[in-house]
Design a protein around this ligand. Structure first.
Ligand code: 4F9
Length: 250
């Protein structure tokens, strides 16, 4: 997969894309990340890419022409049409695991990082296919959100994760929160590992973990417990839990 990122601050991307799993994916040739500096397409000798808003008001607005020229440059470099052009902005749809899976199916992605108080609306009208937000907070720009999207998308590309950590094991992949994990030492600060995990009963351990996932999801994210994510076994376990609650209330 090739991801082109259009930004005013390409230097911000150095750390996250040169470490850990993203670095390995790039070295394996599974992922190519290209940074394009929008300022290089300003078209003026002062390299300005923003201006005051029509109608007045505080702040500056990113101008359309430099962004469209940068996009045209990327389109030529890729030798054809651009399929998905994603704009990171606070007014976008909320990015989630379904979005990550969807975008991971593309051969090529363009991500535009907005800055200043906003971006000329004509960029959206002329070039953007998807507008995404990573949550309800305002940041100084779309760079960190773009890194979040690249990270979540990259790990969904087949071959990017090793077999010790597959995307199919992810909690959000199955729609429930993750069960608690333990590793050595067996006892730490008076806290020991649940006995069942040392029992060697693989079937009992699997069911215990599923129960823990259901309990944690029930407690912290009941909004995730939708009928379509529940298996027959989940409904059985939830009935057991409901029976325990009923018993405690009589
Ligand atoms: C973008 C915030 C995506 C959240 C872009 C200021 C942003 C953002 N998700 N905030 N520029």
């Amino acid at each position: 997969m090739i991801i082109d990122i259009l930004t005013l601050f390409p230097e911000m991307f150095a750390g996250p894309f040169d470490s850990s799993i993203i670095k390995r994916a790039r070295n394996k040739g599974l992922l190519e990340i290209n940074l394009t500096d929008i300022r290089a397409f300003s078209g003026n000798k002062h390299n300005t890419v923003d201006d005051t808003p029509y109608g007045g008001g505080a702040g500056m607005v990113m101008q359309a022409p430099p962004i469209l020229r940068a996009l045209e440059h990327v389109r030529r470099a890729r030798g054809g049409a651009l399929s998905r052009v994603v704009l990171m902005c606070p007014t976008g749809l909320t990015f989630d695991q379904n979005w990550a899976r969807d975008l991971a199916g593309e051969e090529h992605l363009v991500i535009i990082c907005g800055h200043y108080e906003g971006i000329d609306e004509r960029v959206r009208e002329l070039a953007v296919t998807d507008e995404l937000s990573i949550g309800d907070y305002v940041l100084t720009g779309g760079e960190l959100p773009a890194m979040v999207v690249v990270d979540a998308v990259a790990r969904m590309i087949p071959g990017v994760l090793g077999e010790s950590a597959s995307a199919e094991d992810d909690s959000f992949y199955h729609g429930l929160l993750e069960y608690p994990q333990f590793t050595r030492p067996y006892e730490f600060e008076g806290l020991s590992v649940p006995e069942i995990l040392l029992s060697g009963h693989h079937e009992k351990i699997r069911r215990w973990r599923r129960r823990q996932s259901l309990l944690k999801t029930l407690e912290r994210r009941p909004d995730l417990l939708r009928p379509e994510v529940l298996t027959g076994e989940d409904r059985e376990i939830l009935k057991e839990i409901a029976e325990l609650i009923r018993g405690a209330l009589v």
